[in-house]
Design a protein around this ligand. Structure first.
Ligand code: ADP
Ligand code: MG
Length: 252
């Protein structure tokens, strides 16, 4: 069954058709990649699914409901989390606080309930902390828990960015270039975590990635885009062999 269905999605910025008629469906439990040259519209597709942009045309269905026209702040409640291509963390805060802040976008209680510190609020707070501790353990971030983001190596910040999204407890996680700038060993860790997210957390993963080694290793299916338009869809092997895809990368 499809968890996410994108139908004829398009967004135009002035005269630029950043995304133009993209359709695909991601099944529950699948790892699905979007590939394409720089400027192809991949991050824009993520911005449309996470409702940072509203589409000019098309429909987005998630978990059996049409969610087109939702607000970015609805995403955590729906169960959609994302990372950003350019890491978006609070540099002066610790790893733990960044993960808790990620989690707090999900909170149910309101301001009055918070001041009164009702049992329901305490229970919610405990759940937040438990979830964040699970994420720290899962991503092996124990050594960095109380360290500020600004002092951490790039590879660790990339992992915390994934952790911030995981802390929400999503059904679907969107990873925008999770391996960019990482060493071979760090990329291998990312591959293992993606496989564990699917197997142990039951997550569905949609990723944008340039590293075709990683894509072939972890992805079931791939959509290739260029100039905002879909080029090919299939297994990593099929898509890499597609002449339209090869032409887009070679610029011929
Ligand atoms: P990719 O992630 O595939 O490298 P992007 O989705 O970031 O590409 O960008 C696709 C195209 O859309 C680019 O030409 C980019 O300049 C344009 N674009 C993206 N967001 C905006 C925006 N907010 N305003 C104007 N143009 C945009
Ligand atoms: Mg991008």
């Amino acid at each position: 069954m499809s968890l996410l269905e994108v139908e004829d999605l398009a967004v135009h910025f002035g005269g630029v058709k950043a995304v133009d008629g993209v359709s695909f469906a991601v099944d529950q439990g699948e790892v699905f990649a979007i590939i394409g040259p720089n400027g192809a519209g991949k991050s824009t597709i993520f911005n449309l699914i996470s409702h940072i942009y509203q589409p000019t045309r098309g429909r987005i269905c998630f978990d059996g409901a049409d969610i087109t026209g939702s607000k970015p702040q609805d995403m955590a409640r729906l169960g959609i989390a994302r990372t950003f291509q350019n890491i978006e963390l609070f540099d002066h805060s610790t790893v733990l606080d960044n993960l808790l802040m990620g989690r707090h976008t999900h909170r149910q209680s309101n301001f009055i309930q918070d001041i009164l510190f009702l049992p329901s609020v305490r229970r919610e707070e405990r759940l937040h902390r438990e979830r964040v501790e699970e994420v720290i353990e899962f991503l092996e971030l124990e050594a960095y828990r109380n360290k500020r983001i600004e002092g951490l190596p790039y590879g660790v910040r990339k992992i915390v960015e994934i952790g911030r999204a995981l802390a929400i407890g999503p059904k679907l996680i969107l990873l925008d270039e999770p391996a960019s700038g990482l060493s071979v060993e760090e990329t291998q860790d990312v591959a293992f975590w993606i496989e564990d997210m699917r197997r142990d957390m039951g997550l569905t993963v949609l990723m944008v990635e340039h590293d075709m080694g990683l894509v072939s290793q972890v992805c079931d299916r791939v959509l290739a885009v260029a100039n905002g338009k879909p080029l090919a869809q299939g297994t990593p092997h099929e898509v890499q062999a597609d002449p339209h895809v090869q032409a887009a990368y070679l610029g011929t």
